[in-house]
Write a protein that binds this ligand. Structure first.
Ligand SMILES: [Zn+2]
Length: 269
């Protein structure tokens, strides 16, 4: 089995090629800014792409799906409203500028992107590939309502989408983010003792990173709950010194949406 990942600046969102080295049949996971490199792997290795698996509907994970012709596109049924919302957006100047504030490459990517609605909607889980080279697509929610992951049991590999974001500030500011589900998912993966965890953003890690991430979320929620009980305003809470340090690298710049994620979590307590 061949597993390749590529990313591209500025988000270093990972796209994956997963292929059987005998049949040359391939699966693409979350094609985005790095799609040219994924296409290079596909042609260089003479692969036939049969499916695109989308872990969730955030734009950086779906934008390049149109680069692959005649493939089935797979996503969680629970994520369908988010896909429909993305595809119904009018790309006027204001909305492009709004997205560009979050994704600086958006203006360029939007010109060529042809996202479309997935063709296979998975309720809980579905198996792809051959019986020997089994690839399981399963949905959990957490990061978004229909967040999903891909596992490759014979090599104990997990491709997690944004349920794992390595060395960077994690994004947990979607209206459908559910931190309780998210933490439970990380713990259940840890219990399966995966050999490799391939994240939505950042380097491939081992299972210890799962613990770092869920401990950050648990500590954050506990700190915010204390602040809420003390009657601290939202404005003060999002910058409060009692908030825990995260598992991102020291020199990681704080993205402009990070306080929004904290505020959303605070508002729900
Ligand atoms: Zn995301």
């Amino acid at each position: 089995m061949l597993l390749e990942t590529r990313d591209a600046p500025p988000f270093y969102k990972n796209g994956y090629v997963l292929a059987c080295d005998q049949t040359r049949e391939a699966i693409i996971i979350d094609p985005g800014d790095e799609v040219d490199e994924l296409l290079r792997i596909v042609s260089g290795q003479r692969l036939h792409v049969r499916h695109i698996l989308l872990t969730h509907a955030h734009i950086d994970h779906i934008f390049a799906m149109g680069a692959f012709a005649d493939v089935e596109v797979v996503a969680a049924a629970a994520e369908r409203p988010l896909f429909e919302h993305q595809l119904a957006l009018e790309w006027d100047e204001d909305s492009i500028q709004g997205y560009n504030n979050i994704f600086p490459t958006f203006t360029e990517a939007q010109k060529t992107a042809k996202p479309f609605l997935p063709t296979i909607w998975v309720e809980t889980q579905q198996v792809f590939g051959s019986p020997k080279n089994n690839v399981v697509f399963a949905t959990t929610g957490g990061h978004t309502t229909g967040s999903s992951y891909v596992s490759f049991p014979s090599e104990s590999v997990l491709v997690t989408g944004d349920l794992v974001q390595v060395d960077k500030y994690p994004y947990f500011g979607d209206e459908t983010t559910d931190l309780t589900v998210w933490v439970d998912t990380l713990k259940s993966w840890y219990a399966t003792n995966p050999a490799r965890v391939c994240p939505g953003h950042g380097r491939v890690v081992d299972r210890d990173y799962l613990r770092l991430e869920w401990e950050y979320f648990e500590n954050l929620v506990a700190a915010l709950r204390t602040l809420k009980n003390d009657g601290v305003s939202m404005e003060d809470a999002v910058i409060h010194p009692s908030l825990p340090a995260g598992c991102w690298v020291d020199n990681c710049p704080e993205p402009r949406w990070f306080k929004h994620c904290i505020a959303l979590t605070y508002s729900r307590l």
